[in-house]
Design a binder for this molecule. Sequence first.
Ligand SMILES: [Zn+2]
Length: 392
Amino acid sequence: MSPVTINLTLPGYRILRWESNLMMRVYVEALDPPRLCACCGGGRLRSKGRYERRVRHLACFGRLSELVIACRRYHCADCERSFVQPLPGVRPGRRSTEPWRETIYERHDDGICASVLARRERLGPATVARIYAQFTERKAKERLSVECPRVLGIDEHTLHRGQRFATTFCDLHRRRVFDISPGRSEAELASYLRTLRGREQVRVVCIDLSNSYRAMIKRWFPRAAIVADRFHAIRVVSQHLLRLARQLCPALGWNRAWLGLLRTRSDRLEAQQRQRLAQLFAAHPVLEGIHALKDRLCRLLALKTQNKASCRRHIRTLLELIALLRKDGLEPAVTLANTLTAWTQEIVRMWRFTRNNGITEGFHRKMKLIQRRAYGFRSFANYRLRVIAQCG
Ligand SMILES: [Zn+2]
């Protein structure tokens, strides 16, 4: 290891000599020995003798390396205490340098599994796990703002192939995960919500059309306005009306091509698809009305950044469409009408508001990858740390 290399990777040391066997061993000493006492700041120091510290350092020209640092113990004549020399880039008690620990963390974070990394670096796998845990914890502490964000997105996601649920609290303003907590019911989340600081200041909460979440937010976030999530609202409309279409036209069955045509917004269809849809309507005229209704509803729900006057106009349209849904008294349509009636207020706020839980859903995708890479988590605390470190 040339003097240049060590100065680049770990400044503050002078090289004395080096040995190059299976492992590169570099003998160094710190450039600045202490002049003042670490305890009292006094200047009357006496050396109590030399000792060596061996620490792992970054690989050099493809060879694993170790620093042998010549250190001293000191005695202070002012406070009568002894202390060891602090070293740049090496924390007290650690047997490796901070740059080296960081590369281990980064390589494991990039996806090299602990056992492979341990074999390559000649470590125990537990050391890799320990370094990773220390760095994620530090990162989680740095990023986790203590106060609850003003604009929250709340949604559930699954753990262990859908057997367990967890709730995500997402900061929609800064686009990051604020926290996750196990469970999705109010009873399960109550202990977490009770400790949440700053929940009185939360202004907006975005949720899917779930009654249990709505009741929970009214109780725990008293000043927050609840906003329906656009993606979920549109999905509910689409699901119910496709169910109605299948009920009225059994030939539709599970024909994926036809269902796909009906599901797509008509302004996004290509010419060929439009033609096929026209053929479908010619064969089953009942579908045309349902498709037109679905299209109008979805287009209405997709609106955003509307002013108050246009919101009033859209409410009238929404109420008309709800009345149309109720007219024939068919089951999926009436259920949908009831849902939309129960959520009218939240849907109106959705028109005024731009952000939605698409951000939260994106993080759910990332969380699935985190779970997958770890082959599942036994401890929720470890899972939470990783989520906050990587999505927070
Ligand atoms: Zn002292």
